[in-house]
Design a binder for this molecule. Structure first.
Ligand code: ASP
Ligand code: MG
Length: 413
């Protein structure tokens, strides 16, 4: 007899019928002999509607009240879920973060979990109840309500699975797993059966909107496998798990696309100590996340050009900072290409396969696509390119790496 955490996203609890369907899953797991903790999100588009409402009432709503408002969505769905389970003749109890003791820091709207009390959870499980926990919310040490960031019910589930040492954490959603590429852009994309935590983290940060990154980090840190699967069928989904030896047999597990990026080139920076760090310190101070920095020196090392990638939304502020520093410090100039995207190829197999980068560049060149910048890490190669070419680049790489063929069918590249 084990312990299972089952998380149901907004689409899986969008109406009464779906709530009953989710309830039946939990009851089945219970009848199979497991202890069951459910984590639920707000119904359907509830959170989006609450966000819209807040923005209608105020230009810049206080973050404390923002969290107060947004957490109501989950309180509705946990209560309804408990009622559905009761009406099916089983025992259940709903708990808010405050009731169970899910403690976070005090950073409203993007709080981080610090500690989870096990006492109340274990007491209710001991009584044979299905415990239903409100996702996405927390409480700080002064008793204020916090939220963990949009999409963070996944993180609530993975964190609970970690502290309770669960056998698995099941994430029920409206897709049947994680795909080799976004199936809306690449129709022959295939469901991945098994993927390592590292690969999944890279996918999440490079554009695949499947899961909240922090959920994957919890799973990895505490060794809890995360099973992403459909709430509509019994088909096995994707298992996110520790790397196994076989996983390196293929070079690339998936390709991703991020479309909302801009590249900034700052040219002619006098190569004096501290110049580049000044640029990035000022940009960082504006909370802008910078990716893929490239630098090259010229004029016998007297001057440097620096390029970096940011989100499009941050481009106006980054431009302002870069142009001001350019005026004050005698830089050559600042150029911004807003409207770029980034394709990434991800796979732990890259460590033991050669020629992956070459194949990626060849494929893009053959497709007539210009590459702005290239970045590589142990298990990712990313290319920044014109935004309009993004979907085509993604499809070309998916085909070049033969991702539509299952690894079980003997694919070796
Ligand atoms: N309801 C929250 C949101 O929409 C949390 C979640 O769904 O994971 O962001
Ligand atoms: Mg989600």
């Amino acid at each position: 007899m084990g312990l299972i955490v089952q998380k149901f996203g907004g689409t899986s609890v969008a109406d009464a019928t779906k709530i009953h369907r989710a309830a039946r899953r939990a009851i089945k797991a219970k009848l199979d002999g497991h202890r069951v903790v459910m984590v639920v999100s707000a119904m359907g588009k509830t959170t989006d509607k609450l966000v819209a409402l807040a923005n209608e009432v105020a230009d810049n709503p206080p973050k404390r009240e923002w969290d107060m408002l947004l957490t109501t969505g989950e309180q509705v769905s946990i209560a309804l879920m408990a009622m559905a389970i009761h009406s099916a003749g089983h025992e259940a109890i709903s708990l808010t973060a405050a009731q169970l003791g899910l403690m976070t820091d005090s950073v409203h709207a993007k709080a981080r979990i610090q500690r989870i009390e096990r006492e109340r959870l274990e007491r209710e499980l001991e009584l044979g109840k299905i415990v239903i926990v409100a996702g996405f919310q927390g409480i700080d040490k002064t008793g204020e309500i916090t939220t963990l960031g949009r999409g963070a019910s996944d993180t609530t589930a993975a964190a609970l699975a970690s502290v309770l040492n669960a056998d698995t954490c099941e994430i029920y959603t409206d897709v049947d797993g994680v795909y080799t590429a976004d199936p809306r852009l690449v129709p022959d994309a295939r469901k991945i059966n098994r993927i390592s935590y590292d690969e999944m983290l890279e996918m999440a940060s490079s554009g695949a909107g499947v899961m909240h990154s922090r959920a994957i980090e919890f799973g990895m840190r505490f060794g809890v496998p995360i099973h992403v699967r459909s709430s509509l069928t019994d088909v096995e989904g994707t298992m996110i798990m520790a790397e196994t030896e076989g996983m390196e047999a293929i070079a690339i597990r998936a390709v991703t696309l991020r479309q909302d990026l801009a590249v900034i080139f700052v040219t002619g920076i006098p190569n004096k100590r501290g110049m580049t760090s000044k640029l990035f310190a000022e940009i960082g101070a504006r909370n802008i996340v910078v990716d893929d920095i490239v630098q090259n020196l010229y004029e016998s090392g007297q001057r440097a050009n620096v390029g970096f990638v940011i989100e499009s939304a941050d481009a106006p502020i980054a431009r302002e900072v870069a142009e001001r520093l350019a005026r004050e410090n005698d830089f050559g100039g600042v150029e911004i290409y807003d409207g770029v995207s980034k394709v990434s190829a991800i796979g732990v197999g890259m460590r033991s396969h050669s020629g992956v980068a070459a194949k990626m560049f060849e494929t893009l060149t053959e497709a007539g696509i210009d590459i702005h910048t290239i970045s590589t890490s142990e298990i990712v190669i990313g290319c920044v390119l014109p935004r309009n070419d993004g979907p085509r680049a993604l499809a070309a790489l998916h085909a070049a790496f033969d991702l539509a063929t299952p690894p079980e069918a003997g694919r070796t590249q």
